[in-house]
Design a protein around this ligand. Structure first.
Ligand code: NDP
Length: 285
């Protein structure tokens, strides 16, 4: 895919960069410029979602960049409001139009909520028609994932889940591996929660390598074969977050990072009924 950024190979043979760029919470009016900067910095994989409300701005930056389509890896996601077979297909068409593309590299079910089995049926067909190179899910806890796999033809290529030093998912990764589902981290920096960027252990490890905390975290995830999509609106940090392929963490450092795991989300639990109600009621355009 890109000379500088290594790929992982998904369960259908499709290659995906192990490091990409996320655009959640990038302010609407800034998104086109931010994505333009990210592409100029060297990112080739972009992660958006219908619910982020910025697919069109991402699309404009892609078009403006002039980068050949086959050098890009574009992911978007289907929101809960739009689950169901016909609706999912219609929303897929809309996302594709918003992005100005004629195929997607990866399409994800954003949440394991609503009638997502019907959405999956639609996505299997879109995949068979060649309109999506790989289909996957997001925020699926192990029980939901295994159930989806057991009752459908296609196993998701990816599960994009909260994964960072305070919620490491090391207990989930073997099951994902067993089923051939690539783990992808959202919130690699826990969005800075728990004072991640000044954490003493991560700071010390960074100092030993002449690297920042952000770089240590990304390197640690990559060494665990986790796909990462850090977000930043700042070009200096975009470059910093790409510069993680010239050092290696030792076993001892990895053990020290393992001790930071709290085993619980730094945000919320997708299985909490109050959260299920809130997410299920969220409307996007
Ligand atoms: P991240 O963990 O990537 O954290 C982003 C925050 O870290 C921003 O405040 C950014 O600030 C700051 N930051 C970035 N780089 C550095 C650096 N080198 N040094 C210091 N601070 C830094 O959070 P996200 O939630 O954005 O997760 C990444 C992506 O994952 C999203 O953009 C989205 O694509 C995806 N995601 C998916 C979800 C899902 O449900 N599937 C949920 C949440 C995210 P600044 O921008 O000012 O530099």
């Amino acid at each position: 895919m890109s000379a500088a950024i290594p790929d992982v190979t998904l369960n259908n043979g499709v290659k995906m960069p192990i490091l990409g760029f996320g655009v959640f919470q990038v302010p609407g009016e800034q998104t086109e410029q931010v994505v333009t900067d990210a592409l100029a910095a060297g990112y080739r994989s972009l992660d958006t979602a219908a619910s982020y409300g910025n697919e069109e701005a991402v699309g404009r930056a892609i078009a403006k960049s002039g980068i050949p389509r086959d050098q890009l890896f574009i992911t978007t996601k289907l929101w809960i409001q739009h689950t169901g077979e016909d609706t999912a297909r219609r929303e897929f068409d809309k996302s594709l139009r918003n992005l100005g593309l004629d195929y997607l590299d990866l399409y994800l079910i954003h949440q394991p909520l609503g009638d997502y089995y019907s959405s999956w049926h639609a996505m299997q067909k879109l995949y068979a028609e060649g309109l999506i190179k790989a289909i996957g899910v997001s925020n699926f806890y192990p029980d939901r994932l295994v159930d989806l796999i057991q009752h459908n033809d296609i196993t998701p290529a990816v599960n994009q889940i909260e994964t960072h030093p305070f919620f490491q998912r090391a207990d989930y990764q073997p099951l994902l591996r067993e089923h051939g589902v690539q783990i992808e981290s959202w919130g690699p920096f826990a969005e800075g929660r728990n004072d991640l960027f000044t954490n003493p252990t991560l700071t010390e490890i960074g100092e030993a390598h002449g690297k920042s905390v952000a770089q240590v975290v990304l390197r640690w995830l990559i060494q665990r074969d986790v796909v990462v999509i850090p977000k930043s609106v700042r070009p200096d940090r975009m470059a910093e977050n790409l510069d993680v392929f010239d050092f290696e963490l030792t076993d001892d450092e990895i053990t020290r990072i393992a001790a930071l795991d709290t085993g619980v989300s730094a945000f919320f639990d997708h299985r909490d009924p109050a959260m299920v109600t809130w997410l299920g009621g969220r409307r996007v355009d």
